[in-house]
Design a protein around this ligand. Structure first.
Ligand code: AFP
Length: 328
């Protein structure tokens, strides 16, 4: 099949600089680094099983989770590409206990989960990269406390979904734009400009294995989703892949809600504030949806630790407001 009228990511940024204010040049360089690294991750993922990237690497990260070989590979690619782009002073990665300093004169900080959903790698289910960029407030060597910022301060937020195709979604605060990787050229091509998420939907995404350990209000909302209509038919449908990027992306396009609350296993929530919740929340809001950690807007939270966790609710406005109405 032919592709036509292709607009590449680099051309899009150049031609639409009003969407990439206040710093189109730096944003272009940072997104170029993301494009390069995720292109490499895509190549390896699409050949997983043929090349030695499946399985555990034999170590644990700071969160006590088994590190997968592909986690390490993805992490290396992002650090290498960001190191070459000059604008990034430091990287906070899920895979590193401490921040990685790159270039003291860089004006931006980069936070990332380089391979989200890594428990899915070995079974050929979609995984993703999530990233967030903050403008620094000072110059010189970076202290990790510089990452203690409010989510609303993000300059760029985005993710790459390695799914049936590989897509890169990002926002610089003026709409959400999607690009699909053309594997033959290695270029990301514009496929959806100014994505708007449906105001309502019927998909609820929550790991019900946690049902008996979550707060009553969320249990009640789940029961609401399972209610039948007057004809005895279901009103909602459940989908949960265990890859935040894949679950969120589906709900973004089709309408739905994703909830990962505090649980007995993860009393602070499971997802990481700076490199999972924040970037997804900014995209959700920019697309017309909502993101909270309960009743409170997630982007209003200021991080206190670099690997901090948070409860997370995000999705279509009508579903979110209904879910929040069950909370105390
Ligand atoms: P991994 O990257 O360790 O697989 O974690 C994925 C994740 O952070 C997020 O993508 C999922 O929504 C969530 O964890 C799944 O967690 P549960 O396995 O507890 O449902």
């Amino acid at each position: 099949m032919n592709t036509k009228n292709e607009i590449l990511l680099s051309q899009f940024i150049k031609n639409r600089d009003e969407l990439h204010q206040p710093d189109p040049q730096a944003f272009a360089a940072i997104l170029k680094a993301v494009e390069e690294a995720s292109g490499k991750v895509h190549s390896v993922i699409s050949r997983a099983g043929l090349v030695d990237v499946l399985g555990a690497a034999g170590s644990e990260n700071i969160q006590g989770e088994q590190v997968q070989k592909l986690d390490l590979y993805a992490n290396e690619q992002f650090i290498e590409s960001l190191g070459a782009c000059n604008h990034i002073a430091a990287v906070l990665s899920e895979e590193n206990d401490e921040i990685i300093t790159l270039n003291d004169s860089g004006e931006y900080l980069f936070a990332t989960d380089p391979l989200d959903g890594s428990s899915n790698i070995d079974v050929n289910i979609s995984v993703g990269t999530i990233f967030s960029v903050f403008k620094r407030k000072r110059k010189g060597p970076v202290e990790k406390e510089e990452f203690h910022r409010h989510g609303y301060e993000q300059a760029i937020a985005g993710y790459v979904l390695y799914g049936t195709s590989t897509v890169l979604i990002y926002t610089c605060g003026k709409g959400v734009h999607a690009f699909t990787l053309e594997p033959s050229s290695g270029e990301f091509v514009l496929t959806n400009e100014s994505i708007k998420t449906p105001q309502n939907g019927n998909i609820f995404s929550v790991n019900e294995g946690n049902y008996y350990t979550i707060e009553k209000g969320i249990q009640d909302y789940i029961e609401h989703c399972k209610k039948l209509n007057e004809k005895g038919k279901r009103t909602h449908t459940a989908r949960f892949m265990g890859s935040l990027v894949a679950d969120f992306h589906r709900n973004l396009l089709k309408g739905g809600i994703f909830i990962y609350p505090a649980t007995a296993d993860a009393p602070e929530g499971r997802l990481r504030l700076l490199y999972e919740c924040n970037p997804i929340a900014m995209i959700a809001e920019q697309a017309g949806g909502l993101a909270t950690l309960g009743k409170k807007r997630l982007l209003d939270i200021k991080a206190k630790e670099i690997h901090e966790r948070s409860p997370f609710f995000t999705g279509s406005k009508v579903m979110m407001n209904k879910a929040l109405s069950y909370l105390d």
